[in-house]
Design a protein around this ligand. Structure first.
Ligand code: COA
Ligand code: AMP
Length: 626
């Protein structure tokens, strides 16, 4: 390990030098003279005296460098039968006009805009338009229910919502407007306007405070980029925590731009002009960082794909996109490959396409199981590179730095801590564990640029949730170990966050929905293994005495309630009515023990268990694949 080790060491011993140097890749209206501001530790800020505009960095500066005709964005939408490309100049012009429209609706520096858009160019345009004005976007994934949208509206208190009339799923058109209207009935905060992009698959009914996209942009004066402080927020992205209330992860402008631009070369080996494709959704952090910001910040071409890996139209959908747009590297979640493998195990569809320009497959979002790794590696014949990160961190914590120094792949490992990340494995008392021993993965503060500085409007919640477990460390919520070569193996969550088809969900919020049913005395939701989605939530409920509802009717009501309150993305379909839940003698439900059993681990049964027979009765339910 040469270049990697040097870089990692320098980033930790001389963070000022390392990150100020990386900041040179960004255009500043006022270049930073300092990197780290630790004056309010444990809340850290990066580039405190820097000033920039993220939209300028993602668009205008490439045009000023003479690259305006380069393709910035390729929209490929098998679900609508559309492909459309935007040059940097075209994308900048649309962003400037929509920024002008938002300004006309009263949006300015620091105002929040909720974005409820599917995978269409207007999603990218809206995000960059907010960035252009110094406004703060908060994108909400389309698979969430009105109640979840309402929770985000109340927390972010947006001035405007920007939405489409519908999203398109393989089995149905999802009408967004009724979801927004219901969310606004549930939320205390009322935005001034909702801008609705009308899609022909389902037009939205516009009310008094609704404007069509067309009318919003008609006559809009294109807006120039507004310089903001590097520490000003660029966006808030809500993610699941251990309670029902989602956590608003804040991303700043300066640290984000510096870190993301750095990763494109060092981690992904993508250079200006290369074609890069992230098959995720703009509603997740992977979409924010690697569909929208990072590729545009460096002047690459990003592919925006509206569709699923299979059935759009067949299991060759991904290979077609790679071949047709000459994609150099693809980033997706392992579950997408499992979906392809399920219908085309021999990857016969691959033979229809030439993938000669394709160099690397990057995977993240959930654990990469060895079988999927081997299948992808054998069929594609390119390096298959796992990497590990989180909504909070904004960019990879552990990866194989392909551009800096490609390292040998060890299946099961996300490879090594990237520069900026001081990853340590700790035991319950906070002592560092030796190589090979599994414990809680923590990161020594400060976190590098681009990682969350805090939670939206709630420094204390940030400190309580992440910084209080171990003094001086950020708690990732994942467990794992580091081997003798410094390779990191991430084994799973230590809390009640689960990962379903690469989507992060809280079992706690599902339990809250189940517990609200009048027939349910107590309940638990555990993530059980699923061959396609990695994990699926499974509910265990104990009925109240004297309940007359049939188990089948109750199950149907509970499944419908989770879909209504959290959304289809929860993929909650299974509930078992059980006699009892395992508890300690003091009455605490043994969720951790059940999680361990469901993960297939040799989970020790606590000596404080009230009745081991109850746990034994549940083992088959927890171990049984979905
Ligand atoms: N808007 C509305 N509904 C949505 C949605 C959206 N944006 N995304 C998903 N849903 C719905 C689905 O239609 C499905 O509804 P159903 O219960 O009526 O069938 C439900 O939410 C569950 O979705 P999902 O878990 O994604 O299952 P799926 O069968 O639709 O697709 C995969 C499974 C594996 C093909 C898909 O999840 C995938 O491609 N994932 C990998 C890429 C990715 O997005 N990773 C995220 C982080 S990197
Ligand atoms: P999200 O915030 O949605 O990106 O989810 C982050 C969580 O997904 C992490 O805390 C991990 O539990 C899990 N995760 C992401 N990438 C990986 C990976 N490469 N290996 C194992 N788990 C992962």
């Amino acid at each position: 390990m040469g270049a990697y080790e040097d870089s990692h060491r320098r980033s930790l011993t001389d963070p000022e030098g390392f990150w100020l140097e990386a900041a040179g890749a960004i255009s500043w209206t006022r270049p930073p003279t300092r990197a780290l501001d630790d004056s309010a530790a444990p809340i850290y800020r990066w580039f405190p005296d820097g000033e920039l505009n993220t939209s300028y960095n993602a668009l205008d500066r490439h045009i000023e460098a003479g690259l305006g005709d380069r393709t910035a964005l390729i929209y490929d939408s098998p679900v609508t039968g559309t492909t459309r490309s935007y040059t940097y100049t075209e994308l900048r012009d649309e962003v400037a006009v929509f920024a002008g429209a938002l300004r006309g609706l009263g949006v300015g520096v620091g105002d929040r805009v909720i974005v409820y858009l599917p995978m269409i160019p207007e999603a990218v345009i809206t995000m960059l338009a907010c960035a252009r004005l110094g406004a703060v976007h908060s994108v909400v994934f389309g698979g969430f229910a009105p109640k979840e949208l309402a929770a985000r509206i109340d927390d972010a208190t947006p001035k405007v919502i920007v939405a489409a009339s519908c999203g398109i799923e393989p089995t149905r058109v999802v009408e967004y407007k009724p979801i927004i209207d219901t969310a606004l009935e549930l939320s205390a905060h009322q935005p001034e306007w909702t801008v609705v992009l009308q899609r022909e698959q389902a037009l939205g009914k516009l009310g008094e405070r609704d404007l069509s996209w067309e009318s919003a942009i008609s006559g809009a004066i294109p807006a120039d980029p507004v310089p903001v402080a590097a520490t000003d927020p660029l966006y808030v992205l809500y993610t699941s925590g251990t309670t029902g209330k989602p956590k608003g992860v804040v991303r700043d402008n300066g640290g984000h731009a510096v870190a993301l631009a750095w990763t494109m070369g060092a981690v992904y080996d993508i250079k200006p002009g290369d074609v890069w494709w992230t098959a995720s959704d703009v509603g997740w952090v992977v979409g924010h960082s690697y569909i929208v910001y990072a590729p545009l910040l460096i002047g690459a071409t990003t592919v925006l794909y509206e569709g699923k890996p299979v059935g759009t139209p067949d299991a060759g959908a991904f290979w077609r996109v790679i071949s047709e747009h000459r994609v150099k590297a693809l980033f997706t979640a392992p579950t997408a490959l499992r979906a392809i493998k399920k219908v085309d195990p021999e990857a016969r569809e691959l033979s229809k396409y030439r993938l000669d320009g394709f160099k690397t497959l990057f995977l993240a979002g959930e654990r990469l199981d060895p079988e999927t790794y081997r299948w992808a590696h054998d069929k594609l014949g390119v390096p298959v590179v796992d990497h590990w990160w989180q909504t909070e961190t904004g960019w990879p914590i552990v990866a194989n730095p392909r551009g800096l120094e490609p390292l040998p792949v060890k299946p099961g490992s996300a490879t090594v801590p990237l520069p900026g990340w001081d990853v340590q494995v700790l035991d319950g008392a906070g002592s560092r564990l030796p190589a090979g021993e599994e414990g809680s993965i923590a990161i020594k503060l400060p976190l590098p640029p681009g990682a969350l500085p805090t939670l939206w409007g709630d420094d204390q919640r940030y400190i309580d949730n992440y910084l209080s477990r171990y003094d001086g460390y950020y708690l990732t919520g994942d467990s794992g170990y580091v081997d003798a070569d410094g390779y990191v193996f991430v084994m799973g969550r230590t809390d009640d966050v689960i990962n379903v088809a690469g989507h992060r969900l809280s079992t706690g919020s599902m339990e809250a929905v189940l517990a609200a049913h009048p027939a349910v005395a107590e309940c638990a939701v555990i993530g059980v293994h699923d061959a396609l989605k990695g994990q699926l939530p499974r509910g265990l409920v104990v009925l109240k005495a004297g309940t007359t509802i049939s188990p089948e009717a109750l199950q149907a009501e509970l499944v419908a309630a989770v879909r209504r309150d959290i959304g289809p993305v929860a993929a909650f379909r299974e509930v078992a009515v059980v006699d009892a839940l395992p508890k300690t003698r003091s009455g605490k439900i043994l969720r951790k023990t059940m999680r361990g059993i469901a993960d297939g681990r040799d989970e020790p049964v606590p000596s404080t268990i009230e009745d081991a027979g109850v746990l034994d009765a549940l083992r088959p339910i927890l171990r049984h694949d979905s």
